[in-house]
Design a protein around this ligand. Structure first.
Ligand SMILES: O=C1O[C@H](COP(=O)(O)O)[C@@H](O)[C@H](O)[C@H]1O
Length: 238
């Protein structure tokens, strides 16, 4: 895992935004529709705000970018806990997207059960032929998406469902839908985001590869796996 160290949350957002815009632009110049998997959490929100405000934002045609989410909280559409709200209130409010390329996890007020919503999302994820970038905010416990340490969701193999329902999440809200680790690891570029002192223990475990590996330590992009972190988050790993 390569470490990109920045001074603070704002620089982290700007650095990730520059890199993300670069990948999307390059793929579009090659005639492709890039696919980006977004994350929830504070660092992910910062990155999306920075993309919105980036001077090169409009070098990407955001209507030709496919979006998924690494996980979603099982709450009603528009609820403050929804991860997709972070995008709706930042980047998506400023650029044109194509609704047919924005793949949200169905909300809890849709009439579907949690299991049905996860199965529906698994079908969507399984049909995506290439994932260019996965953004993953890391939790204090080393979780990514809704893959928590010590949970069976981590044991999924390549040939099993691409997304799973999660119950009794140790972090509220308790019910979620998550992509599996094999799907996240289809990413060409896998970028782990961490901001603040609260992430320091998790990063020490990730970078020290402490056994048993926390979920964030299991990320592996096909071309690169990068930890974008600020000084505060890295202070125990220096
Ligand atoms: O619950 C979640 O938490 C993490 C990280 O959130 P943070 O606010 O501590 O940065 C996020 O990765 C995940 O997508 C989300 O559902």
């Amino acid at each position: 895992m390569r470490v990109e160290r920045v001074v603070d949350r704002r620089s982290l957002g700007e650095s990730v935004a520059t890199a993300l815009i670069g990948v999307c632009r390059e793929r579009q110049l090659a005639g492709a529709v890039p696919c980006v998997v977004l994350t929830g959490g504070r660092a992910g929100a910062q990155a999306l705000l920075a993309v919105r405000d980036h001077r090169d934002r409009d070098t990407v045609d955001w209507g030709r970018v496919r979006f998924l989410w690494g996980d979603e909280r099982w709450v009603p559409a528009g609820h403050a806990d929804r991860n997709d709200l972070l995008a709706d209130e930042s980047l998506f409010a400023a650029v044109e997207t194509d609704a047919t390329l924005v793949h949200r996890v169905t909300a809890s007020d849709s009439g579907l059960t949690l299991e049905e919503a996860a199965a529906e999302y698994a079908d969507v994820a399984a049909r995506v032929d290439r994932i260019d970038v996965v953004l993953s905010g890391v939790g204090e416990d080393g979780h990514i998406a809704s893959l928590f340490p010590g949970r069976s969701e981590l044991l999924q193999g390549d040939d099993e469902a691409a997304a799973l329902p999660v119950r009794d999440s140790p972090k509220p809200p308790p019910e979620r839908v998550t992509l599996t680790l094999p799907v996240l690891n289809r990413a060409v570029h896998s970028w782990l985001l961490a901001v603040g002192e609260g992430k320091a223990e998790a990063l020490r475990a990730v970078l020290g590869r402490t056994e048993p590996l926390v979920p964030a330590a299991r990320l592996a992009g096909r071309v690169d796996t990068v930890l974008w972190a600020d000084d505060a988050a890295l202070h125990l790993s220096a």
